[in-house]
Structures are given as structure tokens and as C-alpha cells.
Design a protein around this ligand. Structure first.
Ligand SMILES: Cc1cc2nc3c(=O)[nH]c(=O)nc-3n(C[C@H](O)[C@H](O)[C@H](O)COP(=O)(O)OP(=O)(O)OC[C@H]3O[C@@H](n4cnc5c(N)ncnc54)[C@H](O)[C@@H]3O)c2cc1C
Length: 309
């Protein structure tokens, strides 16, 4: 029977991509197979049964995962490989598509299929427009993370396939967990976000303290992390950073370029502080104050402190 393959380095993302795969499989008359490499992962569920690729070590680089998947695909001929649109998933899908010489759709949601092709929705122009794109089978695609519920049942039978050892010049010599206490913007209910309106790194604690007084987390625009290195990259919100949906997003000294707004536009309430009354961030805001953050942030902190008393 024809198959739709799901592979992700993360069990949680795999269970989400498996949900997306069900729609594709139904439309194409195929079954969903979640692929494990090196060892079976009990937490990754598969509606149509697992495919375990034997030979490679489970802790492998994206390049090796793509090679293992391509070796198996040359024989088993899946209709499509779906990965999550994570940093690793993107690399695997692109490498797999290049090896197999097939098309690859990036960061799609609302997937559907017929016998010959499949389609999905993709945000373009920093989320201003949704494009419906399609691709002929066989193919690869990365699925937008957060757009499907996680599948929670259906292990099925395990099919094994020997693909042999895979190797490349890059060797994993160790993995380290991120330091405890690293910011988790995705689950923060309140985000205070700093932009280039902040004049120097030494001024950031003022915003960090405001965020903590509001029981929230500190985010930033890209220049603060990528260009100036004032904050680690997981603080940066936008097209090339984290996408967030807090109850309250307070943009402080952020101009509101498309690439930033793409990452915070789904916040429930957006409030902004900016000295420029024409700053585009006000278009994306429910509330805005035209003013200097160096006056307004201390005033806001004072008001919060007096309310708490
Ligand atoms: C391919 C690509 C991807 C990108 N991805 C991202 C992304 O994911 N996230 C992102 O953020 N950016 C991204 N960018 C960069 C983006 O285009 C903008 O350059 C960036 O968002 C601007 O950051 P900013 O608003 O902090 O700075 P600026 O645009 O310089 O704005 C600073 C703002 O602060 C205001 N200000 C100045 N002084 C004060 C004060 N004292 N009080 C109050 N307000 C003040 C100014 O009026 C101004 O509006 C990307 C760009 C490209 C090309």
C-alpha cells in the first residue's frame, strides 16, 4: 500500500505532523507511517504502523537522517515525507528532497491531497498573505508547527528496514541542555519586548524587571539579539525568531516592521510605546502611547508598584 511518511527529531512534533499526515493519506488513499531511525521511540505514535530504519545510530545529524530516509525511500517509494518545520526538520526535508530529486513545500498547514498531488497553506509576505501551494507526488514537505493537534494513539505494527550505516564528516560529540531558566516565550502570558529604542544594554534590566513585575517574560526585536548580541537568540520574536501569542504584548521602542509583526500579531492584546507617532507598530496595536520609554517605563513600574501596595 502507498504510504505517507512522518519523521521528526522530536516525539511531540512527530505526533503533530502525524495528524497532518492523516489528511494527506486519506486524500491519496495511503497509510501513515511514522519513521524512527536507529531505535523505536515509544512516545511517537503512528496511525498506520511504524517504520524503523535499522543501521544508523539514533543520535544522528540532519544530514545523516536525510540519507537514511532517502535510502529507504528509494526502495519503499513513499508518496511524501513530512517533517516538522523546525530547524532540524527543515534541513532534513530539503536534503531528502534534493537526494530524491522531488519537490519540497515549506511550512505548510491545512494539508489535503488527491491521488496525484497534495496541497497546503503557506504564509507569505511575513504572514500578510496566505498562499495555497501544491506539489506532485512523490515529494517532501515541512508542516507548520502548532497548526495540528498532537496524535495520541495508534502505534500499529512495526515494519523494519535495514539501511546500513550512514556517515558524514560531521560527528555529534556531545549535546548540552539549554541552561535552566532560559526564557520560554511561547508559553508566556505577558511579554514585554524591547527594540532599538533602547539605547544601551545596561538599560535592559529596567524592561526585564517590568516584565517580571507583570509576571511575564522579556522578548526583543531581532537587532537586539542578532546584531547587538544584547540578549540570547531565543528572546527574538518575528519571522526568523519565535512566534508568540501572549495575552498581552507590550512593544517598547519597536518600530513594527513586517518581519517583527509576523511573530506577535496573534497576541490577544498589543500595547506599544514609541516616540514616533507614525511608527507602524501602532497599526498592529490595540493601545499605543506616543512617548519616551525612558519616562514611560519607570512611570509604569511606579504605577504597578502602587497598585500592588
Ligand atoms: C529577512 C529578514 C528577516 C527579519 N526577521 C526579523 C524578525 O524575526 N524579528 C524582528 O524583530 N526583525 C526582523 N528583521 C528586521 C526588521 O526588518 C527590522 O529591522 C527590525 O524589526 C527593527 O527592529 P526595531 O523595531 O527594534 O528597530 P527600529 O526599526 O530601529 O525601531 C526603533 C524604534 O524605536 C523608537 N524609539 C527610539 N527611541 C525611543 C524612545 N526613547 N522611546 C520609545 N521609542 C523609541 C523609534 O521611533 C523606532 O520606531 C528581519 C529582517 C529581514 C531582512
Amino acid at each position: 500500500m502507498k504510504s505517507v511518511w512522518v519523521y521528526s527529531e522530536s516525539e511531540s512534533v512527530s505526533n503533530e505532523v502525524a495528524s497532518a499526515a492523516v489528511g494527506v493519506a486519506e486524500g491519496a488513499g495511503a497509510m501513515v507511517q511514522v519513521v524512527d531511525i536507529g531505535a523505536s521511540r515509544p512516545g511517537a505514535f503512528s496511525p498506520g504502523g511504524k517504520l524503523l530504519l535499522k543501521g544508523p545510530h539514533p543520535d544522528i545529524t540532519p544530514a545523516l537522517a536525510a540519507e537514511a530516509l532517502a535510502r529507504a525511500a528509494r526502495e519503499l517509494q513513499p508518496l511524501v515525507l513530512l517533517t516538522g518545520a523546525t530547524r532540524t526538520g527543515r534541513e532534513i526535508a530539503a536534503r531528502f528532497a534534493a537526494k530524491m530529486r522531488v519537490g519540497c513545500m515549506a511550512e505548510v498547514a491545512n494539508l489535503s491531497a488527491d491521488g496525484a498531488s497534495f496541497s497546503g497553506d503557506r504564509n507569505v509576505f511575513a504572514g500578510k498573505v496566505v498562499a495555497r501551494v501544491s506539489c506532485q507526488f512523490p515529494a517532501a514537505a515541512t508542516v507548520k508547527v502548532g497548526s495540528y493537534p498532537k496524535m495520541a494513539a495508534g502505534e500499529g505494527v512495526v515494519q523494519e528496514k535495514e539501511v546500513g550505516e550512514v556517515s558524514d564528516p560531521v560527528r555529534v560529540v556531545g549535546r548540552e541542555k539549554k541552561a535552566a531558566g532560559a526564557v520560554d516565550l511561547k508559553s508566556a502570558k505577558v511579554i514585554v519586548s524591547a527594540g532599538r529604542g533602547v539605547k544601551k544594554k545596561e538599560d535592559l534590566p529596567m524592561l526585564e524587571e517590568l516584565a517580571s513585575e507583570m509576571h511575564g517574560a522579556l522578548g526583543c526585536s531581532r537587532p537586539l539579539s542578532a546584531d547587538l548580541g544584547w540578549l540570547p537568540e531565543e528572546h527574538h520574536i518575528g519571522l526568523t525568531g519565535v512566534t508568540v501569542k501572549p495575552d498581552l504584548y507590550l512593544a517598547v521602542g519597536i518600530s513594527g516592521q513586517l518581519q517583527h509583526v509576523a511573530g506577535m500579531k496573534d497576541s490577544k492584546v498589543v500595547a506599544s510605546i514609541n516616540t514616533d507617532k507614525d511608527a507602524p507598530i501602532f497599526q498592529a496595536s490595540d493601545y499605543g502611547i506616543v512617548g519616551d520609554l525612558y519616562q514611560l517605563v519607570p512611570a509604569l513600574r511606579k504605577a504597578l508598584a502602587s497598585r500592588a501596595r
